[in-house]
Design a protein around this ligand. Structure first.
Ligand code: COA
Length: 260
């Protein structure tokens, strides 16, 4: 499928989803979010895609936020619907996806852009990246999960400081507070993201999906994460991949997982 605001590139079992509105610093307008929903749903269903890397076109921005030009005419109902739709169709889809998703943060990741990166399972940043949640400068708060995911990643005190001051943090500071997993030179950004993803893709896919679900359960109200883990652990014993993993270990060879 051809997208207006996304570039899709496949490299082996890795699919790149590139937000492609460089002249607007890849800001997420409604059309881009709708396309992201389609691209993500397709990628999670596709047998040929093992994992996803999300990045932004150009060298300046990952995503500089939700598209502010679409905010002007919204009222309370419209704002509520915008956040609810975005969370359910894009941000939660990524976070709850059954395949690993890595954000390659190649520049500004602000507002909805940082929320997009935080919805991903792992974040790698180039050393020139800048991250922040500047919504209060617009009279708003983050609406795509930012208050929850930033708190989970960096803790309440640092999250409240970033959200209330609207200050950006450097990639180095983001690494120090646990907001990003790795910081690399710009030229090393995609190779590093691929290296991590390829390693994950060499592991048992159903176990990876189960691990994502169990870890996510830690942050879900009304869900017993320990019980989710017990169920997930038990279900792994019914997979061919488990038999292959144990046989390979005992036979001192590399496991060939099939995701079954
Ligand atoms: N929504 C809509 N358009 C955006 C945007 C956003 N979030 N962020 C950047 N753009 C647009 C600018 O309006 C400009 O468009 P124009 O050339 O048609 O005027 C273009 O992208 C380039 O941005 P510009 O502001 O000229 O670049 P800069 O280098 O001077 O500043 C930023 C970069 C990121 C500091 C600045 O663009 C910014 O503050 N953006 C908004 C960040 C924000 O508040 N995000 C949270 C939204 S909830």
């Amino acid at each position: 499928m051809d997208f207006q605001n996304l570039l899709i590139q496949n490299k082996g079992r890795i699919q790149y989803i590139i937000i492609n509105r460089e002249s607007k610093l890849n800001a997420l307008n409604k059309a881009t979010l709708a396309e992201l929903h389609i691209a993500l749903t397709d990628a999670f269903k596709s047998d040929s895609v093992g994992g996803i890397i999300i990045t932004g076109a150009g060298t300046k921005a990952f995503v500089a936020g939700a598209d502010i030009s679409e905010f002007a005419d919204l009222d309370i109902k419209g704002g509520t619907e915008l956040a609810r739709l975005g969370q359910s169709t894009v941000f939660d889809v990524i976070a709850n996806g059954n395949k690993p998703v890595i954000a390659a943060v190649n520049g500004f990741a602000l507002g909805g852009g940082l929320e997009l990166a935080m919805a991903c399972h792992i974040r790698v940043a180039s050393d020139n990246a800048k991250m922040g949640l500047p919504e209060v400068t617009l009279g708003l708060i983050p609406g795509y999960g930012g208050t929850q995911r930033l708190t989970q990643l960096v803790g309440r005190g640092k999250a409240l400081e970033m959200i209330m001051t609207a200050d950006m943090v450097t990639a180095a500071d983001a690494f120090t507070i646990g907001l990003v997993n790795h910081v690399v030179f710009p030229d090393d950004l995609l190779p590093k993201a691929e290296e991590i993803l390829n390693k994950i893709l060499s592991r048992a896919p159903l176990a990876i999906a189960s691990a994502i679900k169990a870890v996510n359960a830690a942050a879900k109200d009304g869900v017993n994460g320990f019980e989710t883990e017990i169920q997930g652990f038990g279900n792994c014993f019914g997979t061919e991949d488990f038999k292959e993993g144990v046989s390979a270990f005992l036979q001192k060879r590399k496991a060939e997982f099939k995701g079954k």
